[in-house]
Design a binder for this molecule. Structure first.
Ligand SMILES: Nc1ncnc2c1ncn2[C@@H]1O[C@H](COP(=O)(O)OP(=O)(O)OP(=O)(O)O)[C@@H](O)[C@H]1O
Ligand SMILES: [Mg+2]
Length: 186
């Protein structure tokens, strides 16, 4: 059954923590249930809506505020949104929370820095360590972990499918999704 109300799944976490990967699985499962859905992935937003912005605190904040603005527009019109950007600063995430109120569901994609660095999906940690990339979150730029997220999802030693299934189950518990009779395939 389609979801009945808009919500915003707001991922936060280090680069390589699994935000995009889990989002891909969530999209599959939510669409399977007939849900409307939009995704604002950090990399894609930076290629479009935030093209030209850098990684200073000011530019990062502007980027996240833009994501929150669009997420609010969609979710208040009952289109569920998933945002998957590092969103390193607690204060700006809290601004997004304030804007969206009960629709805002913060998900901490949690993996130790060493694990994210070991994964180094995009080769960016190596570049950050060598100094080729400045202002890299977790290495040379801050990451402020959420203090009280709605969900905290460990991604180390688990599959992305397991993580996505846990989120779907939590959304059912929170009343954002109707449970489905058959086993969820994520
Ligand atoms: N349980 C898990 N959940 C998600 N990803 C996992 C998990 N276990 C291993 N991985 C792997 O970790 C990597 C996560 O990379 P991903 O691009 O999703 O991170 P990200 O948080 O979107 O990073 P970035 O902020 O740089 O976009 C992938 O290679 C994925 O296969
Ligand atoms: Mg990503």
């Amino acid at each position: 059954m389609a979801s009945e109300q808009g919500f915003c799944l707001w991922f936060t976490g280090l680069s390589g923590s699994g935000k995009t990967t889990i989002t891909t699985h969530l999209v599959k499962e939510l669409r399977r249930r007939g849900s409307k859905l939009e995704v604002l992935d950090g990399d894609i937003v930076r290629e479009n809506l935030s093209k030209g912005l850098g990684f200073s605190k000011e530019d990062r904040d502007t980027n996240i505020r833009r994501i929150a603005f669009v997420a609010d527009l969609l979710s208040r019109n009952d289109v569920p949104v998933i945002t998957a950007a590092i969103s390193p600063y607690r204060e700006i995430r809290d601004e997004a929370r304030k804007k969206m109120g009960d629709r805002f569901i913060e998900i901490y994609a949690q993996a130790p820095l060493e694990v994210c660095e070991e994964r180094d999906v995009k080769g960016l940690y190596a570049k950050a360590r060598s100094g080729e990339i400045k202002e890299f979150t977790g290495i040379s730029d801050p990451y402020e972990a959420p203090l009280n997220p709605e969900m905290s999802i460990e991604t180390e030693g688990r599959t992305p499918e397991e993580c996505a299934a846990e989120i779907v189950a939590n959304l059912e518990k929170l009343g954002f999704l109707s449970p489905v009779a058959e086993e969820a395939i994520v």
